[in-house]
Design a protein around this ligand. Structure first.
Ligand SMILES: Cc1ncc(COP(=O)(O)O)c(C=O)c1O
Length: 502
């Protein structure tokens, strides 16, 4: 057993033997990470080589290797080979960037190691963040909300409340076994797959999900929606929820949320909106109209780690009916060991323990609080607007370029396009564009993604990136064209060879 400064035997603890040494290491870590972020623009994206993997994947030792040594492994073999999501030319998936101040807020969050509970400062910070978010995205003051780990969890939480609120039996007690009618729900065929997963996890079965066809602009066709609801009622089902997309992940399309809200109201259905990134159009100057009707949702899922660029993982579910929200997650039987702590809390309806799955929680609201308060609403509006302006400009550039073509008009912050190959079949064009994306991936993995829009294979750039400059997007399309030009003759030669050999 080690001894302390006074020669007393030290019992096991995770606190350092030498606080001064730990402080110095902490300062070094902070300096190194600030350095890393300061120079992110010039960092290469390199997956780990064999020697790095060997450095990472080692047997766990009994005595530990010490903080310094493990930090050196991080610096040497892990950090330089991370996916490097924080970079100006990341437009794959819907990837947020984080920020230096966000990173530091995360450190404070871990330092307090607290939950958001029981009338202490954490509860105030959490409640304040929920208030600010409602104001920013125009949700009524009376609504409640809870911070969760991201868009998937936020959608799951909203749908759980929808299911329990609309079920004809007490789902908490009886489960879905108690139902006499199949509960059905409705969404566009461009809806994010996490909603299907939620429906499966909620025990409703994905066959309960009616994927309504979308129009040419990838918006849910409301006349088909209405017909399908009526048909289901005639067939003995219980329609219970309409899901609206405020920003589809494929093309950034927005449903007519007002029209969906009208249908939901007329049919007495729950209206849930997935606004993972798109809800933030509310704070844009030019695209607010696309989220008209979002405030009529019964529940709304929104992410902070995407367009708000807060460090992963943070999202939020807002629910208008606080009692339904509370009763979905509050413990059916009270845990004896929590009783007195819960009694201290002023308002059980705002306590996050009662509003989502986790009991123990990180002090997640702290980073949102610090970032929102430090930068204010204008900065966030400017960032959203910047991405929208950049993507409009990118769309214009592509439209004017004879070598490229757009999949559809640019609705918001996602541009789907492809390299145009005259006299190529659909399959050949797809093959060529697949080769192009492979080449771009080698340059910087996941610089852009690919997807299928109305049956056509497309390259896809989604911009929520606060580090992107217009020149970065211009460089990306230059690279697409360069690779297209390089690969096109190769493809043509293959095509001729195939015809000749027939
Ligand atoms: C529209 C939409 N909904 C939900 C999600 C899932 O969010 P998360 O990745 O934060 O779980 C995404 C992710 O890209 C999304 O774009």
């Amino acid at each position: 057993m080690k001894e302390d400064k006074k020669g007393r035997a030290r019992e096991a603890t995770l606190d350092p033997d030498d606080w001064a040494e730990m402080r110095a290491l902490g300062h070094r870590m902070m300096d190194d990470m600030i350095d890393h972020l300061e120079h992110i623009r010039t960092k290469p994206v390199r997956p780990p080589a064999k020697k790095d993997v060997e450095d990472i994947c080692v047997p766990l030792t009994e005595d530990g290797e010490g903080e310094e040594l493990v930090y050196e492994v991080f610096k040497r073999s892990i950090l330089p080979h991370t996916l490097l999501l924080p970079r100006p030319n990341f437009w794959g998936l819907v990837g947020g960037q984080g920020s230096p101040y966000g990173m530091m807020a995360e450190m404070l969050m871990a330092g307090t190691n607290g939950g958001q509970e029981f009338s202490f400062a954490e509860a105030r910070v959490n409640a304040q963040v929920i208030e600010w978010i409602k104001q920013m995205i125009g949700f009524p003051k009376t609504a409640g909300g809870v911070l969760v780990g991201g868009g998937s969890e936020a959608n799951f939480t909203g749908l759980a409340v929808a299911r329990n609120a609309k079920a004809q039996v007490d789902v908490k007690a009886k489960g879905l076994q108690g139902l006499t009618k199949r509960m059905t729900l409705y969404c566009g065929d461009e809806t994010h797959h996490c909603l299907e997963r939620s429906v499966e996890l909620l025990g409703l079965g994905n066959e309960a999900m009616r994927f309504i066809p979308t129009d040419e602009e990838c918006r849910t066709r409301t006349e088909v929606l209405e017909k399908t609801i009526k048909q289901d009622r005639r067939n003995g089902c219980q329609p219970f929820c309409v899901i609206g997309c405020a920003g589809t992940v494929n093309t950034g399309a927005f449903d007519d949320l007002d029209a969906l809200a009208d249908i939901a109201r007329r049919e007495n259905l729950w209206f849930h909106v997935d606004g993972a990134f798109g809800a933030w159009l509310k704070i844009s100057r030019t695209h607010k109209h696309l989220v008209k009707g979002m405030d009529r949702a019964d529940s709304l899922a929104v992410d902070f780690h995407k367009w708000m660029n807060m460090p992963y993982a943070i999202g939020c579910t807002l629910v208008k009916d606080r009692k339904e929200h509370f009763s979905t997650f509050a413990y059916g039987h009270e845990a004896e060991y929590l009783k007195s702590a819960f009694e201290v809390s002023n308002d059980q309806l705002t306590n996050p323990h009662n509003l989502a799955l986790p009991l123990s929680r990180a002090f997640t609201s702290l980073k949102a609080y610090m970032l929102l308060r430090a930068y204010g609403t204008k900065k966030y509006s400017d960032l959203v607007q910047k991405s929208l302006d950049q993507m409009k400009r990118l769309g214009d550039l592509i439209e004017r370029d004879p070598e490229l073509e757009l999949a559809a008009p640019v609705a918001s912050n996602i541009v789907c396009f492809r390299y145009r190959a005259n006299k190529f079949s659909k399959r050949e064009t797809e093959l060529l564009n697949r080769m192009i994306i492979e080449a771009l991936n080698k340059e910087a993995f996941l610089m852009i993604s690919d997807t299928t829009v109305k049956g056509a294979y497309m390259l896809r750039a989604a911009n929520v990136n606060h580090r992107t400059r217009m020149e970065d997007l211009e460089a990306m399309i230059a690279s697409v064209k360069e690779n297209g030009r390089r690969l096109l003759p190769e493809m043509r030669a293959q095509k001729t060879k195939k015809v000749a050999s027939r």
